[in-house]
Design a protein around this ligand. Structure first.
Ligand code: PXP
Length: 239
């Protein structure tokens, strides 16, 4: 079977650190553990409200740790500027709204979005691979392709929420069909949001899946079994 990469989102290491405003737990230490336990890349979402990851986290992980760094960000000039300075290997453009607890779904790409196309163009020109977080909807996937994105990250939130319910098969089928389209367009196929140790396998087995980005479940499990074991267990499950 094809090797599915694991991106480990360490935002909630920073959430815990921010709770006391001190140095620990340190995102650099977390990034080192991720890479040494089988994680293929470290994922960090620099939100406009800076609720968890700070610019310094991104900078230090980039300079102090050897490994692939994937940044999630809103498609706005402030974030573009930071990405062009920090130079992550890749970026995923996500929608953001100030009061949400976490990203609610994929980018809405109906209508012309020259602002997003411009961010994609500028990041690509700097050699940063660009992914767009979309719902498993053909229109959004085609729009992302037309704007020059390299990859699509399918939002698995609805699938995760339907786990154990009647809707689950339908949500999985939507992801599979969207995956076909992504591959037909010769783009990389990523997925993430709400994936855990129970629901991950079916998504990992979607034809053509290249990478899964997982945060909350791994960091939560890490509290009880250690981050190293939590990452290694997830990696085993998706292979
Ligand atoms: N992918 C994207 C685009 C996200 O915004 C998030 C949440 O930050 C994730 C993956 C990871 O989601 P979770 O923390 O639920 O695993």
């Amino acid at each position: 079977m094809k090797h599915v990469k694991l991106g480990v989102n360490i935002d909630h290491i920073a959430t815990l650190r921010q709770a006391r405003g001190e140095k620990n737990p340190d995102t650099v230490e977390a990034a080192r553990v991720v890479y040494s336990s089988g994680g293929d890349m470290v994922v960090m979402h620099l939100r406009q409200d800076r609720r968890h990851i700070q610019e310094a986290d991104l900078e230090r992980v980039r300079t102090d740790v050897k490994g692939i760094l994937h940044m999630e960000m809103a498609a706005v000039p402030e974030m573009e500027k930071i990405a062009l300075r920090v130079r992550p290997d890749s970026v995923c453009l996500v929608p953001e709204s100030p009061r949400e607890l976490t990203t609610q779904g994929g980018m809405k790409l109906d209508g012309k979005r020259p602002d997003i196309a411009k961010v994609i163009k500028n990041l690509s020109a700097a050699g940063i691979a660009v992914s767009i977080f979309t719902d498993p909807e053909p229109q959004a996937i085609r729009a992302a392709h037309n704007m020059g994105a390299d990859s699509i990250e399918l939002c698995t939130r609805k699938y995760a929420e339907s786990w154990g319910k009647k809707l689950q098969a339908k949500e999985l089928e939507k992801l599979q069909l969207a995956g076909f389209l992504v591959k037909e367009l010769e783009m990389e196929l990523h997925a993430g949001h709400g994936l855990d140790y129970y629901n991950v396998m079916q998504v990992a087995r979607i034809e053509g899946m290249d990478c899964l980005n997982i945060g909350f479940s791994i960091i939560s499990r890490g509290l009880f079994v250690g981050l190293k074991n939590a990452v290694a267990e997830m990696k085993r499950l998706i292979q």
